[in-house]
Structure formats: structure tokens, C-alpha cells
Design a protein around this ligand. Sequence first.
Ligand code: DGL
Length: 304
Amino acid sequence: MNETSSQPKPLTIGVFDSGFGGLTVLRALLPLIPHAHYIYLGDTARLPYGSKSRETIARYAVSSSRFLLDQGADILVIACNTATALALPEIQAAAHPIPVFGVIQPGAEAALPASRNGANDANDKKCHPERSAKREVEGPAVHTAGAPNVLVLATTATVQSHAYLQALTALGLPATEKACPLLVPLVEEGWIDHPVTAEVLRIYLLEALAEAPNATTLLLGCTHYPLLKPLIETTLRNLRHPMHIIDSAQATAQAVASHLPPSSTNQPTTCNFYATDSIEKFQHLGTNFLGQPLNHVHHIDLGG
Ligand code: DGL
């Protein structure tokens, strides 16, 4: 992948996560919006966000977003459920008038049955990149028989915010949230197919299914969790409770793409990567997560 060249300035998309997890969103964005320059920031020094207070998460998320804006981002993709759930208004205020896309609303909408999950409100989304759950509550929330019963796995902070519960309830979908605080450190360690991770997952899913025995759809409410999808599928099979698994990466990428006018350039994709902790670790693990080499990783110090 090339670093920034001296060609005319392409659309610059800033993508932010507390760590590697947001690379799953970047991976979904690349084929949908190929003629763009991407700047990815993994705030690895301050990770995990998911165990911190709203104030701290907002401070970290805003300073990370400001960094991307200073690098020339034309739009921001908050590829972190925790930052979206706890700090979206603060990020939007700091970024104004730059559009900010979060992952919660696209993720919740992806849980809708196909008949209700479409680009039918694409124009509305153009005006409201991340629509608020409150706004959704104002509409008719039809609770149809046979609607998906959603189990959301997420970080502790995301679960405590109930951002998914509100967004899904507003869409008329019954939902249960389950905090899985050990999964992010295991993914950041690269233990995506490790017996310890398998056992931790088994315990979390057993606990969650005891609370939500009728769950039909598993929503991965953390951008780190798609890396565990194969292990989650195996675990669910072993528990004899297969479920439809949704991650918000694809839905978020589609929401961003539908917001943009058709590209007027044929420039190749370029990416710059920044990490606030070890470049070597980011490069090594990130390459696996993105599915292609991360050639240009820079260190940036955003303070504490
Ligand atoms: N990737 C983040 C998310 O989607 C969580 C990682 C963290 O706890 O920092 O919620």
C-alpha cells in the first residue's frame, strides 16, 4: 500500500479506534471507497477505552479525533463502539462541520430483517451520518412477531451506556446486552484462536444465553470482536445455539459510502497509520487484521 503521494488532494478519511479493532472497519471501507486517502489512528497507549469512565473516554476520543482533523481528514469514522456510545456528541462538536460516522446506528440497523434494512432512507442518512437513537424513538417502533431477538456483546462502557439497547429498541428489536471485558485484551494480544480465548468466550456466551435464551442474532458491538468470529461460531455450535452474527464494520462502511458523491478521481488508495504505542506490534498484528501489509506506521504521542 502506498504512502501519500504528491497528486491532487483526494478525499481524506480519518478512521479512529482505541486499537487494532477499527482495522475491521477500514478493511470494509477500502473496497467500497477505493479512491481515497485513509489516515488510521489506533490509540493503543490508552487502550482499553471500554473499562474507563465516560469523561476519560470522551477526552481520549476527542484528542484522537482532533489529531485526525489536524492531519486533514474530510470525514471521520469512529470505528470504535465505545467511543461512539460514550463520546459521539463531544466528537461531533469538536469536528463540526466535518461529518462524523459512528458504528452503533449502522450496527443496530444491520440487525433488522432484510425487508426493513435497506437504503430506503439513504437521503436521510446523508443529513444525519450517525442518527441518534432518540430520533428513532420518535418514530413508530413496531414490534413484529418473529423479529430478531438480539444479543449484543460489547465492552463494559458500551453496555453501561445502553446505546445499543436504545438503538435496537427504537427499531422495535428486543435486545440483551452482555459486557465481555476480557475479549479486547485477548484480541490485542493476537490470541484470536487460543484455548484461553475459547474458554473465556464459552463462559461469556453461556452467561449471556442464560439471560437471553431466545436470542437469535448475535451483534458484535465492539470492533475488536469480528476477529473472533470463527471462534464465536465454533463456540455457539458447541453450545448448540447457532445464531446469525452481525458486525457493524460492513454496515458502517456502507453508511459512509452512501454519504459520499461518486468519486471524481482514479487515484489509488493510500493509507497512513498512526499508533500511540509500539509501532512494531501495531504493524505485526495489524497486518493480520487488515489482511494486507501496514507499511507506513508512525508513532504519535497524544499524552495521557
Ligand atoms: N474497539 C473498541 C470498541 O469497538 C473497544 C476497545 C477498547 O476497549 O478500547 O468498543
